[in-house]
Write a protein that binds this ligand. Structure first.
Ligand code: KG4
Length: 348
């Protein structure tokens, strides 16, 4: 007889308060309270407001995740929570709630790395994926190419030396007077423009062997270009958006192609907020096609940006191996704002 593991998971790593219930890797509910509108006026996340908003909404998302999954707390097998990386004072809110729930309900607690959640998000809904796999996680805080020999065994092959990809897209959008977060808006505007209209450099072109992302140079070049084009017309904004997004993505393509050539794997996982971008999906799919690699994406856009269901998916694999904490062991859990996916929590 096979039994399913029902796990309630919490993610408060940045500016989304989220709670989910998963049954193995099937998502029963995935409730997200987004703070985007709260932070829009700052053009970025304002930490103390983020913590306050998490505190205000945590009980709401937990209650609704249970309701939507048609489950009562006594039907749960474990509680999972994002331990890091993320904003320290945001992480604390979710960890405290998860500890309380696990203690009250006498359930095991599974601490999860947020980047592992993004990496494994394509496995939701029982997707069977052959390993080893190469993964690309691109969000507002992370840009990394990761070699996953198997679930739980990771090596970061390339990461950013400065801005994350999502952050670079958000900043480009801001220069053009578009809203926050700007990645998705920039995607829409770029579709209307011609990427060849303006000359902008492809970051680190020809230096793929260094396996490093860098967006500070192109950001400065874009800022100068935008200033030189003022006053901006609608047509200029479309062309600037298309040119910027194109070069920012070419940098990704170059590194992904290089990493795949050095580490041919049957599967490629793409997760994180930027994985909802259709243009980047198309470009990565093309590279995978050339190398006979299958591209796996989260089944819904809700699983791309920050959410608790991906934490539930990652937690399921730990639950199976009994990698969890019980009783007094839970007191050890503290937020790990800089937790690297390829380092065990104890070594941070
Ligand atoms: O994964 P996520 O919600 O948060 C972090 O863990 O940081 O990712 C947020 C990032 C933002 O930078 C946002 O602009 C970007 O993902 N993003 C997109 C798209 N949707 C969200 N970037 C490009 N195209 C999109 N469609």
């Amino acid at each position: 007889m096979t039994t399913t593991a029902k796990i309630l998971s919490i993610d408060t790593s940045c500016d989304e308060t989220s709670c989910s219930v998963t049954a193995d890797t099937t998502v029963l509910s995935n409730v997200i309270w987004s703070q985007a509108s709260l932070h829009a006026k700052w053009g970025g996340v304002y930490p103390s407001s983020a913590r306050r908003a998490h505190r205000e909404h945590i009980d709401y998302v937990v209650k609704n995740a249970l309701l939507k999954a048609h489950i009562t707390p006594d039907g749960l097998d474990a509680i999972a929570v994002t331990q890091g990386p993320g904003l320290a004072i945001s992480l604390e809110v979710g960890i405290e709630k998860a500890k309380n729930l696990a203690t009250t309900l006498k359930l095991p607690l599974i601490p999860i790395n947020h980047v592992e959640g993004h990496l494994l998000s394509p496995l939701a809904q029982n997707k069977k994926i052959p390993f080893p796999a190469l993964g690309f996680v691109a969000s507002g805080g992370t840009t990394a190419i990761i070699l996953a020999k198997k679930i739980g065994d990771y090596k970061v092959l390339a990461k950013t030396g400065d801005d994350a990809l999502g952050e670079a897209l958000d900043k480009g959008a801001r220069m053009l007077g578009l809203g926050y977060p700007g990645g998705a808006i920039l995607e829409g505007i770029a579709k209307e423009g011609n990427p060849a209209s303006y000359s902008l450099p492809v970051p680190m072109a020809g230096r793929e062997k260094e396996l490093s992302f860098s967006y500070s140079g192109i950001k400065t070049a874009m800022w100068r270009l935008v200033e030189s084009q003022k006053p901006l017309t609608k047509e200029k904004i479309h062309n600037l958006a298309a040119s910027y997004q194109d070069r920012v993505f070419k940098h990704v393509e170059n590194l992904v192609a290089f990493a795949l050539s050095q580490n041919p794997t049957p599967s490629f996982l793409f997760g994180g907020g930027v994985s909802s971008n259709l243009e980047l999906r198309k470009r990565i799919r093309k590279i995978c096609h050339r190398t006979g690699t299958v591209l796996y994406l989260p089944y819904s856009k809700k699983l791309c940006t920050d959410n608790a269901a991906m934490i539930g998916v990652a937690a399921y694999f730990k639950f199976k191996k009994k990698e969890y904490l019980r009783g007094k062991e839970m007191e050890k859990i503290e937020r790990l704002p800089r937790w690297k996916i390829d380092l065990p929590a104890q070594l941070i």
